[in-house]
Design a protein around this ligand. Structure first.
Ligand SMILES: *[C@@H]1O[C@H](CO)[C@@H](O)[C@H](O)[C@H]1NC(C)=O
Ligand SMILES: *[C@@H]1O[C@H](CO)[C@@H](O)[C@H](O)[C@H]1NC(C)=O
Ligand SMILES: *[C@@H]1O[C@H](CO)[C@@H](O)[C@H](O)[C@H]1NC(C)=O
Ligand SMILES: *[C@@H]1O[C@H](CO)[C@@H](O)[C@H](O)[C@H]1NC(C)=O
Ligand SMILES: *[C@@H]1O[C@H](CO)[C@@H](O)[C@H](O)[C@H]1NC(C)=O
Ligand SMILES: *[C@@H]1O[C@H](CO)[C@@H](O)[C@H](O)[C@H]1NC(C)=O
Length: 865
């Protein structure tokens, strides 16, 4: 009976759909189906208020296996559609009425959990849409585990199928015992034809006809902006994610946002291409010409190898209006996509959006499981500014018959970690062995997965048949709806009014003339540092008082915001171990912050960067520096009215004055914590890779323990004299935190200690120190010590060191003494050989090995040139 009813419905449905008045193209969602699989007749609403209905009437055969998940992961913000599932023990199809000449989004939602007796760990299945293979041997559980996320959304764009019916078939894998298939949600949305022919990179002058191809969405990012929920898309219920996790290295450029006066005008472009929010935020390189010439603004995407990809770049220049003001090159996988991209030239005017498509074949050789997108100023065109710009990016996998790819492979560390974490949670007790054996097990994994694996894999041979490729278009923190706390200040000028009266009262105000005088008109010879915000100059005020002047980059609105934060933060904070803000200057576009001058520079440069022999620090000095910095952080966490979380603790943000007193600096990213009640601040992930708290990365919940984690990495850096993250080293050594923990567990910590202090430290002091550092990088925040406990331990380690008999090359008077260098020089040379911090090397592509031509001969469409 039931079957007949649904067949009848199916029979009529296409007719009804066709008879309905054709809806506005920009409202593509109006013909859409949103099915919560396993929901009862009443359906349910998701957290965005969208109604999902039951899937039952579209099922071709009867199926009673609907269950609720046994557990709701905290990152699952919406119960609907994820918490209910339909299970298939045998091959089962849905039939949906469609129009044969229209393109459709098909979205499948999976939440791998336990459903009654069905544990998704055993679920392997394939999914087809008519004759197109979407998934095969698919394990939602393995995929989610590898991506470190709780749920998974797959989006496909199906080319016109020339049929009245779309049949979506789920089939449990025959190769696995107990295999079953399941699905939590299905969406089918008619979409306007958004794709046309696109140039084929590497095949001069050829274009690719894409409108007959099926697409899988791999990535969809709002560059320089934040998450855009389906409700806020321009009618096609797409999700757009923050691009930050995909940026390569630390050169993240600056983010920009259109002001109220900078209007976005679509002109002839249909609004469905992308919502206004995409075009009104962007990322550019920054205002420093020389810096920009020295790097590529790069994003890295993990993709399935041996496949074709369409990269769509969205652009909108809302600030400048003339040709040749910003001209840049675009590289995709080291192929030149554009030699002189000029957004104004393309769009025809200020505030007018445009987009560009490029098709590229990604081959299947070691390192080919990534797609690199890089921008660089085209100085050959002699533009007014050496800069580059991007507003949005989408990456689609293309195929006409098969879009399935392998399951990504979770790292061993992650598997171990999860196993132990589960044991741990079920016991509900703190178990010391657990803490020690898994601390940091997943530490850095998330970061490594996205950013570093990418860089390293180019060099390393992959074991045949294993892929660390990921093919989800959800970023790691796919549940970031609540995380939009970007607070860019619109407009260029902070204005004193934006500072609290208190900050103004505590700060000295300088004129631009004062600043010019102090820095010899910002002379290059006075530059002592460069950052994303601009440059730092050495200067002299008041006839001889040395200062450091941080000059904002007028292009950087992010900078404006961070400057303001820093004034607010620092003006209220005075502490021996915090860099003092003396005052600031704000005139027109110019903004400067004036600090105490730190004569001895950063902690890092005394550990391994630019190391002069005399600068080698003894163990005791390192301890003293660490203790100083810890005091500064302790003050931030507990000494001020509110908890202040620094968010960017690293060795370059710990500065040394002429007496080797350590001072914490750079409060641009600081957040005032909650008034101790709530326990955490939810926010977008910021900070420096290699130092980022894995818990913060996963949950986006910031606590003071995030700083403790970063500081733990600093401690290991002091001990081992190597960067927190070094992509050039073998896999297991890339992340210092992981590598150190690994060695501690094996009892081989001695092996990775900086040769210049090895054997010259009190062993008990070392043990105490290593123990403290290890606890700091515990994977779970509550297992990490407070700054106060940590301080106590570090001071204890210092006392142990001081109690050592003075025969070693240690100074006991707090003076800087030379350690015996001779016997160390060679060791150190070997040790430092691999310490290059940057690894921006191009991809190795060997044109002679290019067999993709064969594949293209059939589908490539010569564009008649
Ligand atoms: C959509 O955007 C509006 C304003 O930009 C915002 O207030 C709202 O929270 C957004 N909705 C969702 C679901 O993100
Ligand atoms: C489509 O997928 C199949 C199977 O993965 C692959 O062999 C083929 O090369 C793909 N075609 C294109 C155009 O990428
Ligand atoms: C930028 O990327 C291109 C293409 O991969 C490469 O040739 C170039 O050397 C890179 N430039 C810099 C400064 O890294
Ligand atoms: C562009 O930059 C390259 C490398 O920095 C330099 O060699 C070249 O002279 C520059 N060209 C122009 C026109 O500035
Ligand atoms: C199916 O996927 C699993 C997990 O990724 C893998 O171990 C297995 O080898 C795959 N089986 C086949 C037949 O591809
Ligand atoms: C990147 O491409 C350029 C030319 O486009 C080539 O000279 C260079 O060798 C390539 N880099 C690598 C690492 O293959």
């Amino acid at each position: 009976m039931h079957t007949r009813a649904s067949l009848l419905l199916l029979f009529f449905f296409p007719v009804l759909l066709k008879a309905a008045p054709s809806s506005d193209k920009d409202e593509g969602g109006s013909d859409s189906l949103m099915l919560g699989c396993g929901l009862d007749k009443n359906g349910g609403k998701d957290s965005d208020g969208r109604q999902w209905s039951s899937d039952e009437k579209y099922l071709k055969t009867k199926n009673d296996l609907t269950f609720k998940a046994s557990f709701q992961d905290p990152s699952l913000l919406s119960e609907v559609p994820y918490m209910s599932a339909r299970i298939f023990k045998t091959k089962t199809s849905y039939k949906f009425p469609i129009q044969g000449d229209k393109r459709y989004w098909l979205r499948l939602h999976f939440y791998p959990s336990s459903y009654d007796t069905f544990d998704s760990v055993h679920s392997y299945f394939s999914v087809t849409a008519n004759s197109l293979k979407l998934l095969s041997n698919f394990s939602a559980s393995v995929t989610c585990q590898a991506l470190s996320q709780a749920y998974l959304d797959r989006e496909y764009s199906l080319a016109p199928l020339d049929s009245d019916t779309l049949t979506v078939t789920f089939k449990p894998s025959a190769k696995h015992d107990k295999a079953f298939a399941f699905v939590n949600g299905i969406q089918l949305v008619e979409m306007p034809e958004l794709f046309d022919e696109a140039p084929l990179l590497g095949f001069d002058g050829q274009t690719m006809e894409t409108n007959a191809l099926h697409f899988q969405t791999m990535f969809r990012l709002n560059v320089g902006g934040q998450y855009i929920a389906p409700n806020n898309d321009s009618g096609l219920s797409r999700m757009w994610y923050d691009d930050t996790p995909y940026i390569y290295g630390s050169a993240t450029g600056v983010t920009n946002q259109a002001t109220k006066d900078e209007k976005i005008d679509y002109k002839t472009l249909p609004e469905s291409i992308a919502p206004v929010d995409i075009y009104s935020t962007s990322r550019s390189m920054g205002g420093d010409k020389n810096m920009n010439m020295g790097y590529n603004l790069t994003w890295i995407f993990q993709v399935d190898p041996n496949s074709m990809y369409l990269t769509r770049l969205h652009f909108c220049e809302y600030h400048y209006s003339r040709l040749n003001q910003i001209v840049f090159k675009i590289f995709i996988n080291n192929r030149t996509a554009e030699t002189a991209a000029d957004v104004i030239g393309w769009s025809g005017g200020k505030g007018v959006p445009t987009y560009k498509d490029y098709v590229l074949y990604v081959r299947d050789r070691p390192g080919d499981d990534q797609l690199w997108l890089a921008l660089h100023p085209a100085n050959e065109s002699k533009p007014e500014f050496y800069d580059a710009l991007l507003n949005g990016v989408e990456v689609f996998k293309l195929n006409d018959t098969d879009l399935s790819g392998p399951n990504p492979q979770p790292s061993d560390l992650l598997i171990q970690y999860e196993r132990k974490a589960n044991t741990f949670h079920s016991k509900h007790e703190t178990n010391r062995t657990f803490v020690i054996s898994t601390a940091g097990g997943a530490a850095g994994f998330a970061l490594v997965a996205l950013i570093i694996v990418a860089a390293r894999q180019k060099k390393k041979k992959r074991t045949p048949g294993t892929y660390s490729a990921t093919s989800s278009w959800l970023p790691l923190y796919g549940h970031s709806q609540t995380a939009g706390t970007k607070s860019t200040v619109s407009g260029k000028s902070v204005g004193h009014a934006n500072l609290t009266a208190m900050a103004q009262g505590l700060c000295r105000f300088f004129s631009l003339q004062d600043m010019k005088q102090a820095t010899k008109n910002f002379d290059e010879s006075n530059v002592i540092g460069v950052g994303g915000f601009g440059k730092v100059y050495k200067g002299v005020i008041d006839n001889g008082f040395k200062v450091a002047v941080k000059r904002s980059n007028p292009q950087s609105e992010q900078g404006v915001n961070e400057f303001q934060t820093e004034i607010e933060m620092l003006s209220k904070l005075r502490h021996k171990h915090l860099v003092s803000l003396i005052g600031f200057c704000e005139e027109g576009d110019e903004m400067c912050l004036v600090y105490d001058y730190m004569a001895l520079g950063t902690m890092r440069e005394h550990l391994y960067k630019g190391t002069k022999p005399l600068d080698l620090l003894s163990w005791k000095q390192r301890l003293e520096i660490c203790i100083g910095a810890a005091r500064g952080l302790h003050y931030l966490h507990t000494g001020a009215k509110y908890t202040i979380i620094h968010r960017d603790v690293k060795t370059t943000n710990i500065l040394l004055d002429e007496n080797w007193v350590a001072k914490v600096s750079d409060f641009g990213l600081s957040k005032t914590g909650p008034n101790m009640n709530q326990g955490h601040v939810s926010t977008v992930v910021k900070g420096s890779f290699g130092y980022l708290d894995p818990e913060y990365f996963r949950r986006q919940q910031l606590t003071e323990k995030s700083d403790v984690y970063s500081f733990g990495v600093v401690l290991f850096e002091a001990l081992c004299a190597r960067p927190a993250l070094n992509p050039n080293l073998p896999k297991e050594q890339v992340s210092l935190a992981e590598w150190a923990l690994y060695n501690i567990r094996r009892g081989t910590l001695e092996d990775i200690i900086d040769p210049s202090i090895k054997g010259k430290m009190n062993p008990e002091s070392l043990t105490k120190f290593a123990d403290a550092a290890q606890k700091c990088v515990s994977d779970l925040g509550f297992e990490r010590p407070s700054m106060n406990d940590l301080l106590w331990n570090l001071e204890f380690a210092l006392n142990l060191e001081k109690s050592t008999d003075g025969s070693a090359a240690l100074d006991h008077e707090g003076e800087f003494s030379e350690v015996s260098l001779e016997d160390n020089t060679n060791n150190r040379a070997a040790h430092y050989k691999n310490l290059s911090l940057e690894s921006e090397k191009g991809l190795s592509q060997d044109p002679s090995n290019d067999n993709s031509a064969v594949i293209f001969s059939q589908i490539a469409n010569p564009s008649g040139r």
